[in-house]
Design a protein around this ligand. Sequence first.
Ligand SMILES: [Zn+2]
Length: 135
Amino acid sequence: MTDNFANKKEASAALKYWKTQLGLRDWFIKLRFTEGAFGDNKNNTGFCDFDFSNKSALITIANLNEYERGNLVIKQPQEQVLIHELLHCLYPIKYKNEEINSEIVSELQHQVLEQIAKTLFAEKYKLNINWFNNK
Ligand SMILES: [Zn+2]
């Protein structure tokens, strides 16, 4: 288990494993990778563009280089990012930027999903939750 998937085959195997574990086997899910973090502030490491009614999703995961990984406060292995993004398919709340209640719901949602993703990842690899502290 490393921070980045070794190759596409490893990423596909992880996707299959977590789709099964999370009860998402009948979803159509595609993975794609970007070089480096993305988004407006270039600090996104994952994104899930889901369509709940069609049970489909396009998940984007950042390929961080060693320098970018070193700057993270909390480790973000790609498999854990994948779990977080898959959890969005189970909890399909969309929100609007710049609308205060929406922003609050979004913050709460991401924090809860992130904690569950970390816990599931830590359980699979028998890691203490403190492992995520990027010393
Ligand atoms: Zn999220």
